[in-house]
Design a protein around this ligand. Structure first.
Ligand SMILES: NC(=O)c1ccc[n+]([C@@H]2O[C@H](COP(=O)([O-])OP(=O)(O)OC[C@H]3O[C@@H](n4cnc5c(N)ncnc54)[C@H](O)[C@@H]3O)[C@@H](O)[C@H]2O)c1
Ligand SMILES: [Zn+2]
Length: 390
């Protein structure tokens, strides 16, 4: 079992703990008891049907053993349920079940559940405590750490949100055994992103795990995964601790913004395919390749480093094709997103693996952008063709 402490600077708490290990779900009650105030009596587990049927009973049992009274509430499965309408229903449930300011919420599921339940906890009675129990790789390495919680509106993703830190995060790596392969690929892409944007050692460790873990014994694989997730979480925690609220004025290589590496293109790809073709992390896989191509063409990144990035994205798993998407459509989507964020578009680019540079959008020519798109989006499918597949 590994533990990572995250420093935060809110009035309510100065730190919280992330516990990572195989089978740790059975210790949820104990973690809740230690991290929540002694006044907490009632807990609402927020989840969805799929995850709750796999892990809900184990979670509830462990909490009951510590004397908590438990209710649960299940939301629909998928990003399209991360809305204000779902939020309203959840808040009504909190109120009907008599949840008080001294009670708490447990988010059991992927990033969708974590973001929605976390936001509900942030606004219910002006904020109550919550615990994160992330069950997807993406949520374990990224979404559950850092205190950002939100819901989507018709005008955009995560448009209504807050910063609300959990009191603890419990990561049971065994829950990944039931996760579909595409969800693992998506989580690996975000893991590669974290290493590429800010930590060469983490990047190498992630690649090495992806290259060799199939050859390891089951025990070595388990331990390797646990150590790697802990390293990923520690990295994210260190960036967040240095720039908790993602200050707009910060542009340096340790600002929270570097975690958006690959995301300008990723959001455009997701949006022009109406969120149907790519899992978010898969789109980030392509987004990193395009950002890498831009970095190379601007003379920031050596070709050998870009090659490392390509290898790393390939190691994450197969991505849906992207070379049939129209460049014009991608470019106009980026322009549209730019308007949404005050006309400021900052690209997170790379100087080398492990060191990001934030560059203003207007410094990048359209022609360069086009050729980078062409090169970045064809990358993975070319590899597929050369492997003799259709
Ligand atoms: N708050 C943040 O800092 C932050 C960071 C990154 C992403 N996010 C958000 O996270 C969301 C994406 O999260 P996600 O990728 O986890 O998607 P998700 O929550 O939709 O989960 C993916 C799928 O896996 C299923 N699932 C979850 N755990 C499972 C398990 N153990 N076994 C089998 N199936 C399981 C879910 O039911 C779902 O169908 C997005 O809404 C994104 O905006 C937030
Ligand atoms: Zn992301």
């Amino acid at each position: 079992m590994q533990r990572v402490r995250v420093r935060v600077s809110t009035a309510r708490q100065e730190a919280y703990e992330i516990i990572i290990g195989a089978g740790t779900l059975a210790r949820l009650g104990d973690v809740a008891r230690r991290s929540l105030s002694p006044h907490v009596r009632r807990l609402v587990i927020v989840s969805n049907q799929k995850v709750f049927s796999l892990y809900g009973e184990r979670a509830a049992q462990s909490l009951r053993e510590e004397g908590f009274s438990i209710a649960h509430w299940l939301m629909g499965d998928g990003e399209r349920y991360k809305t204000a309408a779902t939020l309203t229903r959840l808040l009504a449930f909190f109120s009907e079940s008599g949840l008080e300011r001294s009670d708490a919420v447990v988010a059991l599921g992927g990033g969708v559940v974590g973001d929605l339940a976390g936001f509900a906890a942030a606004v219910y009675l002006r904020g109550i405590a919550f615990l994160q129990v992330p069950t997807t790789l993406l949520a374990q390495v990224d979404a559950s750490v850092g205190g950002k919680v939100a819901v989507n509106t018709s005008a955009g993703k995560n448009l209504i949100g807050a910063f609300h830190h959990p009191r603890a995060v419990l990561i049971d790596t065994n829950t990944l055994q039931s996760l579909p392969p595409r969800e693992m690929t998506a989580g690996w892409c975000e893991s590669i992103k974290q290493g590429a944007a800010g930590d060469r050692h983490l990047f190498d460790g992630t690649c090495s795990f992806l290259r060799h873990h199939t050859l390891d014994t089951a025990l070595a694989r388990k331990q390797g995964l646990e150590r790697l997730i802990a390293a990923q979480v520690a990295f994210k925690a260190s960036i967040v601790a240095g720039d908790e609220r993602e200050e707009l004025t910060r542009n340096d290589h340790r600002s929270r913004r570097i975690l958006n590496f690959g995301h300008t293109i990723a959001h455009a790809l997701e949006s022009i395919t109406r969120y149907r073709r790519f899992r978010h992390g898969e789109a980030v896989g392509y987004g990193m390749l395009v950002a890498g191509e831009i970095s190379k063409r601007l003379g920031l990144l050596a070709t050998s480093e870009l090659e490392l990035l390509r290898d790393a994205v390939r190691l994450c798993g197969r991505l849906p094709r992207a070379d049939d998407l129209r460049e014009d459509e991608i470019l106009s989507r980026i322009a549209h997103d730019k308007k949404m964020i005050d006309g400021q578009l900052n690209w997170v680019l790379l100087e080398r693996i492990g060191r990001a540079r934030i560059v203003e959008g207007r410094e990048i020519e359209r022609r360069l952008l086009r050729s980078s798109l062409r090169a970045g989006l064809k990358n993975i499918s070319e590899k597929r063709k050369s492997e003799g597949e259709v």
